[in-house]
Design a protein around this ligand. Structure first.
Ligand code: SF4
Ligand code: SF4
Length: 319
């Protein structure tokens, strides 16, 4: 898999935008060690979470742009935003595919017990983080007690049909490495996850997606503190795989932040690297017609998307 090394990330351009990823806010019931968004229960203020007017704007955008067929809702724990359910129902009413990045444990927050049923009613596709099938490793990365709650939450999702054969309700699990390593091969790890979760807990799911940790924000702080930053960046560069470039998620997606600003991806969103148009002007949702073939804002962190088999919100890019 190791290909040519390169010091500077190559220029890439947008294709047709078909996915709107909406980071609805940084409020989360967890505060994971690797979180690139710096989410936590403390991020409850208006400056960190989308207001109702932005939900309306997103629904208007979907209504007038039928080629954007998918909305991918993330956070934080997006379910904690009071506009979340209105957004999901509105997008489904417009015929859009709705993906939700669901951290599982949010089901146990007040007023959230009916989430599995809500997801089922709206035929949402779920992407749930579970960085290991052992309690020790999950609790180390995501906080004490998270594994036990995650297992119970996954059982709740299975009980309404998510991840079960023939149900049409997709439940994907997301793996990210613990420490300064690349993820193992997705196709090799997936059977182990299926076997362990089935044998230990009777849990079913569809696919396992492997994601490379981005060297930004909380994970970057950890790399610096543990003196692993340079080694990790070298690892990403040494494993640069140009065949992943065609599939990096910024090519056909937009990432909208809770404050209404627009980015090429969720990582640029965190780095404040906004999308700019041909004249150098910052772009907004109303500028979709300027985005075809637009230069993407790239930087060193992009090497996390192109190392080894590549990485995106949908897992490995070349398998
Ligand atoms: S659950 Fe997700 S959004 Fe929340 S702190 Fe963990 S990684 Fe960040
Ligand atoms: S970090 Fe974002 S902009 Fe860079 S390659 Fe990955 S998806 Fe594209």
């Amino acid at each position: 898999m190791v290909e040519t090394q390169t010091a500077v990330f190559p220029p890439i351009r947008k294709t047709q935008v078909t996915i709107l990823q909406f980071n609805i806010g940084r409020l989360c019931n967890q505060a994971c060690q690797h979180c690139h968004v710096d989410s936590s229960p403390k991020k409850s203020g208006a400056e960190d979470n989308a207001p109702p007017a932005l939900i309306d704007e997103v629904l208007d955008f979907l209504r007038s742009n039928p080629k954007v067929g998918t909305i991918d809702i993330t956070g934080g724990a997006p379910e904690l935003n009071e506009g979340f359910r209105r957004l999901v129902e509105g997008a489904r009413a417009l015929g859009r595919k709705v993906l939700v990045r669901h951290n599982i444990t949010v089901q146990f927050e007040p007023g959230m017990a009916d989430l599995p049923e809500f997801f089922k009613q709206n035929q949402v596709e779920l992407f749930c983080s579970l960085p290991c099938y052992s309690a020790e490793n999950v609790d180390k990365q995501r906080g004490r007690g998270v594994f036990e709650l995650s297992i119970q939450g996954l059982k709740n999702l299975n009980a309404v049909g998510f991840g079960m054969k023939g149900s049409g309700l997709d439940l994907h699990l997301v793996y990210n490495p613990i420490g300064a390593n690349l993820p193992p091969a997705q196709e090799e790890l997936e059977p182990t996850y299926h076997a362990e979760l089935d044998q230990q807990f009777g849990i079913q799911f569809n696919n396992l997606l492997t994601i490379t940790n981005q060297p930004i924000h909380r994970f970057r702080d950890w790399l610096l503190r543990s003196k692993n930053y340079e080694t990790y960046m070298d690892l990403l560069r040494e494993n640069y795989n140009p065949s992943t470039l065609a599939a990096v998620m910024c090519r056909n997606a937009l990432s909208l932040r809770w404050d209404g600003r627009l980015f090429d991806c969720d990582f640029n969103l965190v780095k404040d690297l906004a999308m700019v148009g041909p004249e150098g002007q910052e772009l907004s949702l109303s500028d979709l017609d300027l985005m075809d073939n637009l230069a993407i804002q790239v930087d060193d962190h992009c090497f996390a998307c192109t190392a080894g088999a590549g990485s995106s919100c949908g897992g490995a890019l070349v398998v």
